[in-house]
Design a binder for this molecule. Structure first.
Ligand code: ATP
Ligand code: MG
Length: 158
């Protein structure tokens, strides 16, 4: 058995990069495996949250202004692709799996990750134990929430 759809929630932290490295190691030998590198943009950090609030917050397009939000998502994805390039180069060698970068808008990082797991048939989550947050501790709040909320296996890495 192997994992076909691995989610690596990506916040640009070194921990998330380690998670990607491990996910690529797991999926590498399998041509039909896919590693989804996904950034969740909390809707509160976007311009005009009121407008997003009216449409249920987890859709990538704001009513009346799809272009702006599409552009934000595109630029986040573009950024991820260049940001992870060296991790991919280092880990890949003869890896056969597919790697896709994605970005979604949601109420919170946790909600976005949980929704992505169920809507994309994710069978494993590999994520950092910590992220960009400044506080030190065992486990970040997003990791803690994901461990509590999803039914698929979750691998947390340093
Ligand atoms: P906190 O946010 O609680 O202050 P932290 O930033 O150190 O603490 P988390 O945010 O829980 O820790 O980050 C743990 C992991 O969760 C990251 O390594 C990354 O895999 C994932 N993650 C965090 N934020 C996002 C996000 N906005 N989008 C996608 N993945 C995320
Ligand atoms: Mg964080």
């Amino acid at each position: 058995m192997y994992f076909k759809n691995i989610l690596v929630p990506y916040d640009e932290s070194d921990h998330a990069k380690s998670a990607l490295h491990i996910a690529l190691g797991l999926a590498g030998p399998y041509e039909t495996a896919k590693v989804h590198v996904v950034t969740v943009i909390p809707s509160a950090s976007l311009p005009n949250p009121t407008l997003l609030g009216d449409i249920g917050l987890d859709t990538p397009y704001a009513v009346g202004d799809p272009v702006t939000y599409e552009r934000i998502l595109d630029s986040v994805v573009e950024n991820t692709v260049s940001d992870i390039q060296h991790v991919v180069d280092e880990s890949r060698d003869d890896a056969k799996c597919k790697i896709v970068a994605d970005a979604v808008i949601s109420n919170s990082a946790l909600e976005g990750i949980v929704d992505y797991v169920s809507s994309r048939d994710i069978d494993l989550v590999v994520m950092g134990r910590r992220g960009l947050g400044a506080l030190r501790g065992m486990l970040g709040s997003v990791s803690f929430g994901v461990l509590r909320s999803v039914d698929v296996p979750v691998l947390t890495v340093k």
